[in-house]
Design a protein around this ligand. Sequence first.
Ligand code: PGA
Length: 255
Amino acid sequence: MRRLFIAGNWKMNMKLDSAKALAEGLKAEAAGVGEVDIAVCPPFVYIPAVAEILAGSNIGYGAQNVYFEKAGAFTGEIETAMLTDFNCKYVILGHSERRHIMGESSELVNKKVHAALAAGLTPIVCVGELLSEREAGVTSQVNRRQFDGSFSGVSAEDMKKCVIAYEPVWAIGTGKVATPEQAQEVHADLRALMTERYGKEVADVVRIQYGGSVKANNAQELLSKPDIDGALVGGASLKVDAFMGIINACRSIQK
Ligand code: PGA
């Protein structure tokens, strides 16, 4: 039994006023939703304002990244305790924009996964292949390698607390959504890998979100697939109606 989990990744797409308005709008519209888990990940500087609005609501929140070191001389970085100070529950790690624009390796993502778990945060760990890798037929190898690298040394008990997001890089922000069959194939492969590494009991409870151009009109078909347990949503999480459309489309799906 896996509860669906819909998370919004707001990226660098707002200012304070719009972040607050979005949080207020979602809080009001999602108030009656009990069937799925919901979260939003604002930019770091808007976390305090969003936290104040969402406190006590059914919408969790978190960050889009975190550094792995504890307090110290790390100019420009944010540590896990700074996120838990504001009661963040989640942190997105290894998003493709961090892997490919900022050059983050799975080794670095792995350190962040361990730091997040040690702080009691739920890591949402992204994996996904480039278009060239899909075309070269190495989709499975790429995703398996990113999984193994990102979760190296994570215990079975901790693995159960993690969320995976499969985000084919070619589908992010492009409007080119993976077909439900393409996405299901990778999700099933990742679950099979988790079973190899951790056993069925762990693999059965870990949620694997799909991300990449999820919208209200494709969410239900994607999330109805047996191994797709939610969505990590970029563009469509920036408007209350669009995000609620995804949530409402998936409320009746049971895993
Ligand atoms: P998108 O972004 O929904 O805009 O494609 C997804 C993501 O980057 O998490």
